[in-house]
Design a protein around this ligand. Structure first.
Ligand code: PAF
Length: 285
């Protein structure tokens, strides 16, 4: 496995693979890899001849008061994990390599990026769309793999690929959870023991919401009330948002229809965690 820090090195390797007719899969990450990322690498390994993982804590997707400086980083451990999962190339650029002096061009998404995390984190998806576009241009993947935990990010990236005719297929992979239900996240590492326990309130609310919808609840307000009651019962939790939106448009819905996304962001102490579930109406007979 090779670790490249420059765009030129990556381009050279990709050109060789493409010349040999090999398909390329990309797993974009910010590092501090966990089992969620590993499932993306495994999916890429299954589907593609060559697998690239980018490890880059992207400064432009963090707001001024967010956790860019504290975001966990451990390239050595990440590289070992990548190697163990059959990754061929790790791309670990510096911020200057990605955003040299004079950098002046950004990619934005409109309506899809205005709700949920887009409303709580202004500028976040502009940073994500810009870095993902750059990674697509640098790596030229046939397939790119993203986790369903960031459901809005996945919808935005799919929309961007469609709207800008980018020659890549975006593959969404299921949320990976700890045994006790907590969705895997690099940010879980911020949690104290008491907060780690309190964080289970997210997956408890998700599971209860899922059960209610499966049992026939279709009123978004009633579903949110049920889930909020659970979230608000945890003293260490502060709800940032809990929304029921259309899974394609990311706009709030009153009735839970064919493809609804129920998404939440909750602060546990100062750590902001997200979780969600998607409800697909079973086809009627
Ligand atoms: O999901 C993430 O880790 C990041 O938003 C991504 C897609 C790697 C872009 O920096």
């Amino acid at each position: 496995m090779r670790i490249a820090t420059t765009i030129d090195e990556v381009r050279e390797q990709i050109a060789q693979w493409k010349a040999a007719g090999r398909t390329v899969g990309l797993v974009p990450t910010m590092g501090y890899l966990h089992e969620g990322h590993q499932s993306l690498m495994d999916a890429a390994r299954q589907a593609c001849d060559a697998v690239v993982v980018s490890v880059f804590v992207n400064p432009i997707q963090f707001g001024p008061n967010e956790d860019f400086d504290n975001y966990p980083r451990d390239l050595e451990r990440d590289a070992e994990l990548c190697e163990a999962h059959g990754v061929d190339l790790v791309f670990h650029p510096s911020a200057d390599e990605m955003y040299p002096a004079g950098f002046n061009t950004y990619v934005t998404a409109d309506a899809l990026a205005e709700t949920l995390c887009g409303a709580s984190r202004p500028g976040h998806f502009r940073g994500v769309c810009t870095v993902v576009t750059k990674l697509f241009n640098i790596v030229q993947p046939d397939l790119a793999f993203f986790g369903q935990k960031d459901a809005q990010q996945l919808a935005i990236v799919k929309g961007m690929v469609r709207d800008l005719n980018l020659p890549v297929r975006v593959v969404g992979c299921p949320i990976v959870r700890e045994d006790d239900g907590l969705a895997k996240s690099s940010r879980n590492t911020y949690l104290s023991a008491a907060e780690r326990q309190a964080a289970l309130v997210l997956s408890r609310a998700v599971a209860a919401g899922q059960r209610a919808v499966e049992a026939g609840e279709r009123d978004a307000h009633a579903l949110k009330r049920l889930m909020l009651d659970i979230l608000e019962s945890e003293p260490l939790a502060r709800v940032d948002y809990l929304e029921v939106v259309d899974g394609l448009t990311m706009q709030p819905v009153e009735r839970i229809g064919s493809a609804a996304l129920v998404a939440l962001a909750v602060y546990i102490g100062s750590t902001r965690l997200i979780d969600n579930f998607i409800f697909e109406e079973p086809p009627c007979c």
